[in-house]
Write a protein that binds this ligand. Structure first.
Ligand SMILES: Cc1ncc(COP(=O)(O)O)c(C=O)c1O
Length: 210
């Protein structure tokens, strides 16, 4: 959101005594401009900030954090305990040490470069492809959406053929929750996971199938 919209949103929350939940799950990986500051800074009493290591480290860690108004902390901690009996203390302390020692920041800086190069490679290959597919959602994060052109586009068929060539992508339809509206034909392409040596061949294989 633009600076003006962000300020308006916080003003709205104040006026209605509402809370904004800022789910900044991959805000560390913005590629084309300086990362925007958290909305939460504009009003820490009205904005609850949620962060996660799922994109910066690994989703299997199941570690994240909330920064919330002080009056809520007790209730939030109780809800969390009732939900899952808490998170591994050893994992939390290890992460805290990783952050405190500066290694987390270094890791994010390094990975931002790696993921930007992968993102750029994806953009270049799609742009060079004659089929007219359109890539979206690539300014940040670890995924792009590839919209397939034409009335005969069949994302599921492409996904299945890609899987047959050891390339795992998802269809946009697998994230679609608005039936009966038809889902656009597209693929969600994640570029965070493949090993460095496997990424380019995987993209090339996908472009051939496209
Ligand atoms: C909107 C949104 N919020 C948060 C997350 C992080 O989820 P988790 O930390 O449970 O892996 C994701 C993961 O992709 C997401 O898409």
């Amino acid at each position: 959101m633009s600076a003006g919209r962000r300020i308006a949103l916080v003003k709205w929350a104040r006026h209605h005594r509402a809370f904004v939940i800022e789910d900044d799950y991959d805000g560390e990986f913005r590629y084309d401009r300086q990362p925007v500051g958290a909305l939460q800074r504009l009003d820490p009493e009205r904005v609850i900030y949620a962060g996660s290591t799922s994109k910066t480290l690994a989703p299997g860690l199941r570690l994240g954090w909330l920064s919330a108004p002080g009056a809520m902390i007790g209730a939030l901690a109780a809800a969390k305990e009732h939900a899952d009996r808490g998170t591994s203390i050893l994992d939390q302390l290890t992460l805290a040490g990783f952050i405190r020692g500066g290694a987390f920041d270094r890791h994010i800086r390094r990975m931002r470069g790696t993921y930007r190069r992968r993102r750029d490679e994806l953009v270049q290959l799609v742009a060079a492809h004659p089929g007219g597919a359109r890539l979206a959602g690539i300014a940040a994060g670890l995924h792009g959406v590839l919209y397939l052109p034409g009335p005969d586009a069949d994302a599921e068929r492409l996904r299945s053929r890609a899987a047959g060539n050891s390339v795992a992508v998802e269809t946009l339809a697998s994230y679609w929750r608005h039936p009966p509206d038809p889902c656009p034909q597209g693929l969600v392409i994640g570029f965070g996971t493949p090993a460095g040596h496997a990424y380019r061949p995987a993209l090339r294989a996908l472009m051939r199938l496209l």
